[in-house]
Design a protein around this ligand. Structure first.
Ligand SMILES: Cc1ncc(COP(=O)(O)O)c(C=O)c1O
Length: 327
């Protein structure tokens, strides 16, 4: 079985055809400063604490064939992220979903990458007020663009070349809570540059005790004795990863959240990553060495990838975009 070329299906299958939309929304639609605008016109005030201090949380949900995937789960996680950093969203949950829908609708997207964030907003002007979360006015931003593939068909079909970072560790959960989806990306971004410099295309980070945390913008899974294992701490609780665990049950594979030490990687059968904008991404090499002696996507990752997309196209965990609602 080969990894399905899903980007090709999205580009050619009639159910993915983009709906009519104004030319100004070709690259997508955004919501900022309380209005809906073409993505190319969206802006953030320079002094927004989200921009200046990475003081913000966000989430990303995808749409395919006109269906949001696990929107409720993403909204639940977003609400938890806000609580974790004492941030009160200016949007109620219902209005939040309505705006996300309007953005996809306005841009006529059948397959979309939908991002939203709440930042701490502009700093309060009064002296001493920075110590009081209630003194800030949080701001809501969002956009919907055509679906973004962080690993394209070619990469997923051949398998990623993963590099275990030697220079960076994932920031300590005691410094920045990784379960609150946040703007702190420097550790992951620098590890990605390291991966590029070492001839790879993706980076994996450990915590400071050498246990796996997560990859840049993605959760990591290993396959041992046919069982899928993924870290139970030090990482974002990925919604794609949750889908992987559910699909394992459907396909008869074991799955568990557990601690995994980097030293165990030499003997795993497979490695794969999971994230909304890439789905399930098989790994062929770790630090230049074929994983499981194969140098290609493994059978478990391939089966999960293909089942994930088959189920999504059937409407699994889907909620329809209400087209026409933003007119
Ligand atoms: C740090 C990090 N870990 C894991 C993930 C995967 O989460 P999800 O599957 O919900 O997209 C992401 C997604 O962007 C991420 O940024």
């Amino acid at each position: 079985m080969d990894v399905m070329r899903v980007a090709e299906i999205m580009a050619t299958h009639p159910e993915h055809r983009r709906r009519p939309h104004a030319e100004a929304y070709a690259l997508g639609a955004a919501f900022c400063n309380d209005s809906l605008v073409p993505l190319v016109e969206a802006s953030v005030p320079l002094v927004d604490c989200g921009f200046m201090h990475a003081d913000a949380v966000y989430d990303v949900v995808s749409v395919s064939r006109g269906q949001f995937f696990r929107l409720e789960d993403h909204q639940d996680r977003f609400a938890r992220s806000c609580r974790a950093i004492q941030l009160k969203s200016p949007m109620g949950r219902g209005r939040e979903a309505e705006i996300l829908n309007e953005l996809v609708d306005r841009a006529g997207l059948r397959d979309a990458y939908v991002w939203w964030a709440v930042t701490r907003g502009l700093p309060p002007l009064g002296r001493g007020e920075m110590i009081d979360p209630a003194a800030f006015t949080p701001r809501f931003y969002a956009f919907a663009s055509p679906f973004v593939w962080v690993a394209d068909d070619e990469q997923r079909v051949r398998g990623l070349d993963l590099v275990l970072s030697r220079e960076r560790v994932r920031i300590s959960p005691r410094a920045v809570d990784p379960t609150a989806k946040n703007f702190h990306w420097l550790d992951m971004q620098m590890a990605l540059f390291e991966a590029g410099a070492r001839g790879g295309d993706w980076a994996l980070l450990c915590d400071d005790s050498g246990h796996l945390a997560e990859a840049t913008g993605a959760n990591v899974f290993v396959v041992v004795d046919g069982e899928c294992r993924t870290p139970d701490a030090g990482c974002l609780e990925g919604i794609t990863g949750r889908s992987v665990v559910e699909l394992c049950a459907e396909l008869g594979f074991g799955a568990k959240y557990t601690r995994i030490h980097a030293d165990e990687l030499v003997s795993v059968e497979e490695i794969f990553l999971s994230t909304t904008a890439g789905s399930i991404m098989p790994v062929r090499r770790l630090d230049g060495q074929p994983v499981g002696g194969r140098d290609a996507p493994g059978p478990v990752a391939t089966a999960l990838h293909n089942r994930y997309w088959e189920r999504r196209f059937e409407g699994w965990h889907g909620s329809p975009v209400l087209y026409g609602a933003s007119e």
